[in-house]
Write a protein that binds this ligand. Sequence first.
Ligand code: DX5
Ligand code: ZN
Length: 230
Amino acid sequence: MAWEPAGGVQIAASILDADLGNLGNAIRRLERAGADRVHLDVMDGHFVPNLTFGPKTIRALRPRTRLPFDAHLMISNPARYIDEFIGAGCDSITIHVEIGEPIEPALQVIRRAGRRAGLAVKPATPLAALEPYRGLFEILLVMTVEPGFGGQAFMADAAAKIRAARADRRLADGPLEVQVDGGINVGTAATVGALGVDVIIAGSALFRKGRDMAAEMARIRGAADTGRVR
Ligand code: DX5
Ligand code: ZN
């Protein structure tokens, strides 16, 4: 699967605000609407005050699409479950730098399995928190909302962090993929595109009732690419 965006921004569609009673259909809709990846928000009710789904659900969804599965683990002690997410078919697995447990072992397991390892930072976490992991990951997920729920308002003060990450060519092991996650819609996509992000995660903006998902995705992609710098 082509990970490198062919010049434009990639859209990883989050199923957090999909009809959780019919996720297979939601994934089929996202694929037909033009999503580049499926963003899977795993929450444990401990690291964040919300509970979603785990490896078993992801394994059940895996045969429904050929799109890459991009897991965002908002959980404590992710190292304990990494093998299960790998076995469930996740192509990339992102853990939070704020977990307060050893991070390196989890990143190593992900990469040894040939999957892409990511680190996520909450809005209040400075980029400096990534220093100890320099060169051990390849995806940086910059949260532009407090993790835990979809449909929140975009936090624009992440711009400085995104710019700094974009400028730091040695943060990752090879080219760094910068993702933004939270509050992205047609109105905020241009802002993050101009910051040179590689991947936009969008959830509630795509699942609004009565909205044409493909048209919304095209509008978000167009807005992000219009002013995009690389
Ligand atoms: C929030 C999740 C996000 C969220 C995005 O904790 O990590 O991926 O689902 O949803 P929207 O696009 O509605 O902010
Ligand atoms: Zn997410």
